[in-house]
Design a protein around this ligand. Sequence first.
Ligand SMILES: [Zn+2]
Length: 184
Amino acid sequence: MSKLIARLILAMLTLPLAGTVFLITLVPLAVTTTTGGPDALVAFYTWLATYTFVVIYWYFIWRDGIAWTRQRRDGTIIAAATGAGASVAAFTAIRAGLPGVDPIGAVFFSGGLAPIVFVTTTVILWRETSEERAARLAARGVEVISCLACGYNLTGLKAAQCPECGAEFTLDVLLAGQRRETEV
Ligand SMILES: [Zn+2]
């Protein structure tokens, strides 16, 4: 099994595992509910534990496959904080705008925003740029596809048109040209 496949399987397990953490931390909530009324603070801790799990688990799945730059490092911390902020903002808005909603219900409803914001933001943030991909493939010795007209590195592009000189190729011409160059 390749590393990527293993990561994808682990990533798919994020939701059920988060649900498990949620249920485990929900036990104190159930206890307080039966003994002396529901406690919004316990609901908050349940959300906090679940969200912290998602952030740490998601980070550990992908961290080895990410080209860590300062921007990505800072962005990841900001994404985690923004997710939490989005939940707190949604909770505040629900409490202010819909006073009839139970505070525990408001915690759980707004709590779902945090992992969604964090995971979505990190997927965009951690994605490899075409320059990084070209550098990675070059470092591994993979043949770099270059423009037949000007030699510009076309690795990672989704179209067979050179962004540097504008020359357009069909894929067969482009590949045939690469072979000729490597033979020389
Ligand atoms: Zn070119």
